[in-house]
Write a protein of this length. Structure first.
Length: 317
């Protein structure tokens, strides 16, 4: 059912009638002009002829005025809209952008892809499914940076993940600072649940803060940290090999903070982790609904414009 955004504009509808009545009253009390008898008869004939057509002359201008006032009142239709999901959860995704993420030991559709490409593919899809959460993105290498500030626009965060490149934060692995920056993003919030998802494919080899100390701080602040150890080999399996993931440290981070740890060796494992985190941190689907309207004012405004063109055409004849 259509309604009006600003119905008080309708008080303007009788304005032309009031102006007409006032002008008519002024004409009746005006001065009398004396003219020759022949000229007077001609004027009276024109007046009589005009009186017969006067009501018709005002119909179109009146309609134009009504359409203009109606357009100002803002006719609109309420569009059906589903409730926006709202979870009250703050979520920070911390992604490793160290040099080892360029290794092509994952496969998508039978083709070898880098670890970063695999993470971007699954991570962006995971973030898009977090409607209702306030999501932030932290990236880290030698340094940690906020790539996307906290917000409910999960599509913007997902596109940021898809545009990540190696090297923007250095090529080392600074897990401690990344986790500390994630905690800073979550400080002072009133969310009922605060979560960090930390993904790394290496061992902490930069920064002054140790991952264990920051994990204890997360526990004290009530922040759960879920960790993802990415890579086919861990430091325990290949202690002398460079670029392997420190799965033990990542596991201790999650255990100290009350989160879960996941081991990822293939793209299928990575997708399974995203599904598992969805179950651990479910998104509530009930929330606030937003009223959206379809504006109808262009239609009466267009009719008013057409009426003005007709009036101008008639006067030019």
């Amino acid at each position: 059912m259509p309604d009006l955004a600003d119905p008080w504009f309708l008080i303007l509808l009788p304005v032309p009638l009031l102006v007409y009545l006032l002008m008519t009253s002024a004409d009746r009390t005006g001065a009398v002009m004396v003219v020759p008898e022949g000229v007077g008869r001609g004027i009276m004939a024109q007046v009589r002829h005009g009186q017969g057509s006067r009501p018709g002359r005002y119909i179109l201008p009146a309609l134009v005025w009504v359409m203009l006032v109606l357009a100002l009142a803002g006719p609109r239709i309420l569009l059906p809209a589903s409730a926006l999901p709202l979870s009250g959860r703050d979520l920070v995704v911390a992604l490793d952008l160290s040099g080892s993420m360029v290794r092509e030991d994952f496969a998508v559709d039978g083709e070898a892809v880098s670890r970063l490409d695999a993470v971007k593919k699954v991570g962006a899809a995971f973030v898009r499914g977090r409607g209702g959460d306030r999501v932030s993105l932290v990236v880290f290498g030698s340094q940690a940076y906020v790539a996307a500030p906290p917000g409910f626009d999960v599509e913007a965060v997902a596109k940021t993940i898809e545009g990540l490149v190696i090297g923007i934060s250095g090529r080392a692995t600074n897990i401690g600072d990344a986790l500390g920056l994630a905690l800073k993003r979550l400080s002072g919030t009133e969310a009922t649940s605060r979560v960090v998802i930390l993904l790394s494919d290496g061992a902490n080899n930069a920064g002054s803060a140790t991952p264990r100390d920051v994990a204890l701080l997360a526990r004290d602040r009530g922040v759960r940290v879920h960790t993802i150890a990415l890579g086919p080999k861990s430091r325990a399996e290949a202690p002398n090999e460079r670029g392997v993931v420190d799965a033990a440290t990542l596991k201790s981070i999650s255990e100290l903070s009350g989160g879960e740890t996941f081991r990822v060796r293939t793209l299928e494992d990575l997708q399974a982790v995203a599904d598992a985190i969805d179950r651990l941190e479910p998104t509530d689907r009930a929330g606030l609904s937003a009223e959206t309207y379809r504006d109808l004012w262009p239609y009466p405004a267009g009719l008013a414009g057409l009426g003005c063109l007709v009036i101008g055409w008639r006067r030019s004849r």
